[in-house]
Design a protein around this ligand. Structure first.
Ligand code: PMP
Length: 365
């Protein structure tokens, strides 16, 4: 395949080519069964093997302790914005949210429709979010059902590198845009979730990892299909799961495993970020990252050029040389280079070289 572009889309995002090729190879006749995995019953042994292999890969790559469930939901991360409070906030209880950007504010607003929730920190300043809060800025209610964070703020380009200390309050995270960017201690969390379509697969499946005791004491006066306990009891096979998305997650995660797991992935990701931010900082007369240095995202760096016209030209010229998806989110403008796990180091080097050349050619503009 020579005509693949360098895809900086924020999600759905670039996937490892080998994961797509494997699907291509297996598509028409899955393991000699005379049908594709798309057509298999979710109750059959062929799909069951794929399903359990995917669960096992998540457990292995993240070193998930035995007292956690690994679950697959539909409805995207946005549905978890609702399912989390429905399950975890008891009658009359409340929960705390850390407001660090658009995708941190949305779950807070949704939870607010279900129960009483508080902002434990809000780092918005003049309508902008340019950092994540420090531990001493968090006002955690010791009676909160949980504290919710968004570990990577996809639009604003900020990321938590140290997770908050919450004492006995369970930590809950939306990890949609940085799940598996590095190894981390799962036992620090009560629950985390991630829409797969950025770092671990295609759209259609949402990974949820949740501590078993939280599921046991979760509310049961909610519809069966929204209960974590339903998914936990049935190994996410209570109803038809998003089989093909889970199959693709299996393909992606087996490649991550082959590459050597998350510590290898972390090294690559840090190097990619180093290269990109180095260009931005080296040419600070031209490029500017609006994020405070210690909050700069490794996954979704954002940057600006001197004018919006130059930004439009930068995005258009990058496209001409095979780099797509560099436009920032419409709500903030500018540029964004999403650099999820499947984005190679060589591609980031290509982008960095392009940025250097573009500046030189457009300095006077
Ligand atoms: N959380 C974060 C951090 C996101 O970046 C996004 C999507 N860009 C969402 C939630 C929403 O995800 P979904 O479309 O899967 O509902």
């Amino acid at each position: 395949m020579t005509n693949r572009v360098i895809n900086f889309n924020a999600g759905p995002a670039t996937l490892p080519l080998a994961a797509i090729e494997r699907a291509h190879r297996e598509l028409l006749d899955f393991q000699g069964t005379g049908m594709s995995i798309l057509e298999h019953s979710h109750r059959g042994k062929e799909y069951d093997r794929v399903h359990n292999e995917t669960v096992d890969l998540v457990k292995e790559l993240l070193s998930v302790p035995d007292n956690y469930h690994v679950l697959f939901f539909q409805g995207g991360a946005s549905t978890q914005f609702v399912i989390v409070p429905m399950n975890l906030i008891p009658v009359g209880g409340s929960a705390d949210y850390v407001l660090t950007g658009h995708w941190a504010t949305r779950p807070y607003e949704e939870a607010n429709l279900i129960a009483k929730v508080r902002a434990a920190a809000d780092v918005e300043q003049n309508g902008k979010f340019t950092r994540v809060p420090k531990q001493n800025e968090l006002k955690v209610d010791s009676k909160a059902a949980y504290l919710h964070i968004t570990s990577n703020n996809t639009i604003e380009g900020t990321q938590f590198f140290d997770f908050p200390d919450t004492n006995s309050v369970p930590l809950v995270a939306d990890m949609s845009s940085d799940i598996m960017w590095r190894p981390f201690d799962v036992s620090r969390f009560g629950l985390f979730y991630a829409g797969a379509q950025k770092n671990i697969g295609p759209a259609g499946v949402t990974l949820v990892v949740v501590r078993k005791d939280l599921v046991e004491k979760a509310r049961t006066d909610i519809p069966v299909i929204f209960r974590y306990s339903t998914f936990a009891k049935e190994n996410s096979l209570f109803n038809t799961p998003p089989c093909f998305s889970i199959y693709m997650m299996r393909n992606v995660l087996s490649i991550v495993k082959e590459q050597g797991g998350l510590s290898v992935v972390e090294k690559q990701n840090r190097e990619k970020a180093r290269i990109l931010y180095q260009v931005i900082d080296a040419y600070s007369d031209y490029y500017c990252c609006p994020v405070e240095k210690d909050s700069r995202s490794v996954m979704t760096p954002v940057f600006r050029l001197p004018t919006e016209e130059l930004e439009a030209k930068f995005i258009a010229e990058a496209k001409k040389v095979g780099m797509v998806g560099l436009k920032g989110h419409r709500s903030v403008g500018g540029c964004r280079a999403s650099m999820y796990n499947a984005m190679t180091l060589a591609n980031i080097q290509t982008l960095a070289n392009f940025m250097e050349k573009f500046r030189k050619a457009n300095l006077e503009a």
